[in-house]
Each structure stands twice: as structure tokens, then as C-alpha cells.
Design a protein around this ligand. Sequence first.
Ligand code: PEP
Ligand code: MG
Length: 753
Amino acid sequence: MQGAMSENIRHYLEVFRSLTYDAAGSGTPHERLSRLVSRVATELRWDVCSIYVLDEAGGSLVLTATHGLDHRSVGRIRIPIAEGLVGCAASEEKPIFLANAAQDARFRYFPETGEERFVSMAAVPMMRDGRVSGVLTVQTVEPYEFSTADRHFLEILAQHIAQVVDVALTLRSVRSSRVHAFHGTAVSPGIAEARVHLFESSPDRITVAARGFRGLDFEMKLFEKAMSAALAEINQLVHQLNSISPPAAQIFIAHRMMIEDPMFQQDVRKHISKDSESAPRAVAKVMNAYIEKFASIGNPVLQEKSSDLKGLRDTLLRLMMDEKVTRFAPEFEEENMVVVARELTPQQMFQLDASKVVAVLTEKGSESSHVAIIARALNFPAIVGVEAIIDSLHPEDRVLVDGASGYVFVNPDEDLKKQYFARMEENRRRVASIDAELTGAAIPPDRVESDVFLDANIGLPFEIEEATKKSFTAVGLFRTEFFYMQHRMWPDEKVQRAFYARLLNAFPTDTVAIRLLDIGGDKFLSYLPAAREENPHLGFRSVRLLLANPEILRSQIRAIHEAAKETGKIPRILVPMVTHTWELVAVKEILLDVTQGVAYPMGIMVEVPGALFQIEEFAAEADFISIGTNDLAQYLLAVDRNNARVNHLSHPLHPSLLRALSHLRKSLAAAGKPYSVCGEMAGDPISAMALLILGYRHLTIAPPRVSEIRYMLRCLPKELLPTMADPLLSMGEAGISEKILRLALREHAPLLA
Ligand code: PEP
Ligand code: MG
């Protein structure tokens, strides 16, 4: 006992020491306080830790930081002094520790926080210069007796917070942040104003815990129903996967065994019947115990199993929880919503109801993340990397989204809206003027346009028609993964074949480069579960995954080959993320085996730095080469394309990237095989101009970008480009290069500037 107690105290001291350092760390007072409550809660396993600060008038305590309560109530919840446990702790200047808080006469419930599910509570006054300045609270879902060590720790911690954090300043920063604008990376232009739809994609612990018991019969039936639904889903998946990827099928066979395990079922039923737990809560408890058991064993295989089980747990919870937050894709009660999410996967983007979504905001992501690429294709204004927005918004809030500047205004007033609508109108006129410049007129021979090829960069099925409408006659990159993401299972080969036939039929023969499945990194198929990796972009991705799962590759090639036979068109096959020449050779061998000797033009994506200096060898094997600047920049600059925290470290005009692209172009010209650029750089006027200056003449761009790029090509005089090559390559900073290019654009293509 003594040993356990001193162990406890040692742990507290350790946590306390690290908090002391952290409190002096970076960020606004409010950010530091938020970090602190999160650390206290997670390291000491309390479900909630919050800080209430006494307002200037001294009449009420304002919720200023919380881990565990609804973040949206920060700055909104005000507890009158002497009311409720928090108010009493402050007015009596005495800490309160209760194993069952609701039974205490002083307890008051604030529905905005969603705190009815917490049983035990400690409220400790924070004192500064002999006066109360706020209250620190911790709460737990399960009944908890606060030990002497807990009490001492919380009292010391409360005083520590009062000393090191200027609480008054913190309160001001919370207040001022209520009337705000957020800023992120603008990835898809356009302006929209609408109510927010806050989107959480997985059932979180608190939501599950909050769902009350609805009677024995109801909960038992719900559990049985969820098990049968999960089993049906799993059986169907196993059936599909057996022929495509037996290792993936094995994962689901293990899920099936788990669900069918009598011990598991018995445990869940026991929690429901004996402890009156809701079915979701009982399942979460039992599964979490298994997950923790596996995770705590230092064996990577079992740890992997633990993350698999999380997937199974979430499936069961999804099938049982009816709260909105558990839905995989948002459902909208009304038209015109701005979807706000921490992160959206490409799959989730597809599930958005395009007729109701007017803009998308995410906390993660960057210019070249796939979510951004899809948003542009779908024509939503979108801003990614908008830090900490979701917790600051209320479901009733409206936002004005400016997809060109990256600004988001919360509850904008009429003046601001008027300004923006005027800007929208101005932009519409600008686009119309660009289109007018391009229609009818012949291409002047002294302009860059007459030397440049523009191919389409597409991937969504509807973009096939979009590209033909915009007069594209070739597809430089067709990303096939989006087609597979739109299916819940690996599509039948007949379905695949029909899709590829539709694609090939839309363009002349030998002009469509179909890229083989590029899965991994940030793109996953729900029905091909991937092992969790520390560095997915550097891991089991693209051609690596295809060669390890030849049945997937064979199925895709077979479908393309059948579509080629049906349409009489020759497809071009593009292999993603090639790092070794043998990878291309291996894919070719599989292709020839599947097609029984029918060869198609085969190309590679140059998108990893490892391919930059081996162009001669690659060109000897490949018929064409496509340069993926999105991944090339990601790998060359070591900046994760989805990580908003490091996004500012990447720039398409980074001197090393430009010099690498210049070197690459010279190697490609010497190798004598056709080449083009298909990354997002090719579709942005400034970076496309840089590519032209470096000598590239073949660009693959998304259809919505064609007018601006064509207009730029029409405006730029041919003789200008060679004169800018040396200055651009000698520039030591991306920002300066950007200014120089913008100046030139302003002079020659005024409608773009
Ligand atoms: C690229 O990396 O530049 C590219 C075109 O491929 P993706 O964006 O699909 O990774
Ligand atoms: Mg890529």
C-alpha cells in the first residue's frame, strides 16, 4: 500500500514537473491553458479537466479551458459565484471532492457542457494574492474516490496555475477570440456564406458514455442487431477479398471470430444486464479492455491487432449509435451548409452531398492534399489547415468563406457580406473577360500558347465529360483511386471494364494515361484495410502495394485490357511512385501475362527524389514520363502534404525544387522520351509560368483551371521565357521568385494579377 502510494506521488511529481515547463511554453495564455488541462486529464486519466476564471466584475466564473466537456461552451458557460459546485468552491474558498457529485445539494447541471454523464467531481479554488481567481475542476465518468494524494496534487496544481498563468489575460484572449476570423490555406477559390455543419467522423468516447440505458430489452436487441449487421458486412467483405487479397481477408476473418466468440458476447451481455449499461457502452468497455491488453504487450503483431480491433469496435458502435456524430458522412437537414471537419478523407469528400455543400473547411491538409484536389474538381470553395476552428464554432454559427484568400469569418455582419458579394461579382466579370479573350481569336504565333500542349488531369467520373466539354483531347493523368473509393467493395471486373470503356471512348486512341491504383499515403480503400504505419507516405504505398498484392493489380489491368478490346482504343498505363527500375519491369511482366502478350505504352510517375538521377535508365524502360510535383515537393522538402503545421515550409518555387525540375527537364530531353508535368504546379498560373521558364512545354491540368492557364499562355511572349531562366534559378528564396513572376504576369496577363 505504502509502495503504491509513493508510486502515485512519484507520478504526480513527474506530471507536475512537466506541466511547470509547459506552462512557460509558447502560445497565447489561452493555448497554454488548453494544453495544460489536456495534459492533466490524459496523464492522470481523468475524463474532464476544466478551468473556470472569475470575470472582471467578480460575479461569475467563465469556462475558459476544458478537456472533456464540449469545447464550444468555452467562453459561453458562466456560473454565478456561489452557484453549483464550481461557484461554491470559489465563494467558500474551499476545495470540494465528491465521488457522487449529483447527489450533493449544491450540484447544478449546465446542459451546454453535456456534463450529466460525469459522476465524480473535484472543484478546487485557484487563489492569487489571497483572492480567488478561478476554479480548477476534474470529473470522471466512473465513480471515483479522490485519494489524499489526488487532493494534494489538485490543490498544488490549482495554486500553480493561478501563479503562472495570467488568468485575466487568458479570459480576455478567450473573449476576443469569439468575434473572429480564421485563416488557413486557400485551396479552392470561391466565396460562400452559410450555416456550419460540424462534422466528426467517429463515435468518440464521451458520446458513447453519454448515451443512457434505454431498458434491458432495447439494449439486448440493439446488440444482437448490430452483431448480425456487422457479421453480414464482414462476410460480404471476406467473400470479395478472398479473390483479391487473402491477407486483407484474414483481417476480417479475425473480426468475425471476435464477434462470434461466446466469451465476448457473454461479457457484453453481462455488462448490459448486470450493470445496466447501454449496448454501445458495454461493447466499448469490453472491446477497450481487449484493445488495451493487446496494446500493452510489447509485441508489434499484437499491437497491430489492437489497432485492428479499434476498427471493429468503431464498426459496432457505428451500427448502434444514432447520434449524428457517428455517421460516416454528414447528413444535412437543410440546403447550403459549410462542412467543417478536423480532417476529411478523400472517401468522405465523395460522400458529401454536392447539392447541399457550399464550402469545405478542414483543420488538416495543404494545397496539394487530395482533399484539396477533389474540392477543386467539385468546385467547392475550400480552405484547409484552419487550425482549431471546429472547437470554436457553435452549430448555429454561420461563416463566410473566402476560398481565394483563406479567410473564414464567423457570423459576418451585413457590411462584410455586401463587400464579399461585390467581390464575387467582380470575379465573375473577370472570368467572363478571360473567356471572351480566348473565344474565336486565332493563336498568335509569337505567344507561348502555340508551343504548349495542355492535357487533362482528372479522376472523378463526372470529370470525363467536364474535360471533353472544355475541349481537352488527351488525359495526361487519370487517377483511378477515386473510382475505387466510390465503391464499398472491390468493384466487379465488369463494372471496372464499363468505367474504363467510358473513359477510353471519350478521347482519341492512345491519349489517355490511366494511372494504376495509387493507394496508401493519404488515400485508402475502406475494403482494403491497411496496417497502421508510422510514416504512411514513406511506406506501403502505390506500386509497392500493387506488387505485394498482385491480384489487385491483375484485376485492374484485366479490366483496362477488356475495355481496350471492347472500344478498340489503346490505353496508356502510368505506374505511380516508382523508385526502382525493376518496379516498372515487374509491372510490365504482370501486364503482359494478364493481356497474354498485348503491350500498351507504359509510363512512370517521377515523384520521388530517388528517381531524379536515374532518368536515363527509367527512360530506357518507359514509353513516357509524367512528373508528379505534389509528391516530389513533399519528399524533396520533407513536408507532409497533409500536415498544416509544416505546410508553410513547402513552396512550389522553393529554389531546390526549381533546380531539381530544371535538372530533370534536361535529363528528360537528353533521354528522348515524351514527358509532361501533372502535379498541381502545372495548373497554377505562377508556378506553371516557372515550369515554362524551365523549358517544360507539356502540362497536365485540372479542367476548371484551363481558362486561366490558356489565357496566360496566350499572353506570354515566347521570347520572354528564356530571359527569365537564369534569374529564376539563381534566386535563393521562393518568396522573391514569386514576386518576380507575379510582376511579369501583371504586365503581360493583367486579368490574372
Ligand atoms: C503528384 O504527386 O504530383 C501527383 C500528380 O499524384 P497525386 O497527387 O495523386 O499523388
Ligand atoms: Mg503523387
